[in-house]
Design a binder for this molecule. Sequence first.
Ligand code: ZN
Length: 285
Amino acid sequence: MRDFSTDHSALALNTATLGHNLDGHGAGWSPEQVIYACADRGYGGIVFWRREVKKPIRLGNAVRAAGMKVAGLCRSPFLTGSLAHTSDQKIMDDFYASIDMAAALEAGVLTIVTGGPEPGTKGVLQSQKILTERVARAADYAAARNVNLALEPLNPAYGGNRTCLMTVADALNVCDVINAPNVGVAVDVYHVWWDTTLVQTLAQRAKSRIFGFHLCDWLEDTSDILLDRGMMGDGVADLRALRSAVESAGYHGMCEVEIFSAKNWWQRDPQGVLDVIVDRFRKCC
Ligand code: ZN
């Protein structure tokens, strides 16, 4: 397992940590402000959200000029469920557009948040089939642009409308069917920390298919399932055990801090938030 206590070059900031995933949150920093502040502190990478990227080629170059990587792009449109576009054509067009943006950023990884059960269906199996078919259709397109597609299973609490993949095993099942080298999974501690089968699943099945590892913490008494994620070390997730599991399964990429926190971290000065992240990454992760 890598030693982060004196080296945080594997640390990446997901800009959702500064509220950039939703309108009206955070301090409203520009992507350029984020780049300079992260580079100053020795971060290794940044993950942007589509909504904040206006000129992807220029932005990607600016990140690399500052000595960092674009560690990923959030995210695909929903590919199934009530929050997805209403036609297959619109869903796929938007999916391809998100792949194009990842390619222009030279991000390497596009995170897929799947969307929930299809309207008119019950449970998730039928939706997983539709998801599989849509991701399979885009896999070659993404591969031709050097983009890996990372299926991110979400905590089952999001199963109503945001995901039809609740576990890493679910996501790997989809990967198995598609069987493309650029289709894998993103492991986010917020979504998987509770899963006592995770270590075994990763060890037996993940091989080289982990494309992302996302950090935050699960607060003991969380007040909002979407927007009250904790800073690493403030909650109950066993962060080191989770990292050990993904690294044992062959993941040695960036560790991406992704904290949606409307009432706490998004209220603070981003400069201080970025400092706390470095400290916690070294001490707790
Ligand atoms: Zn995540």
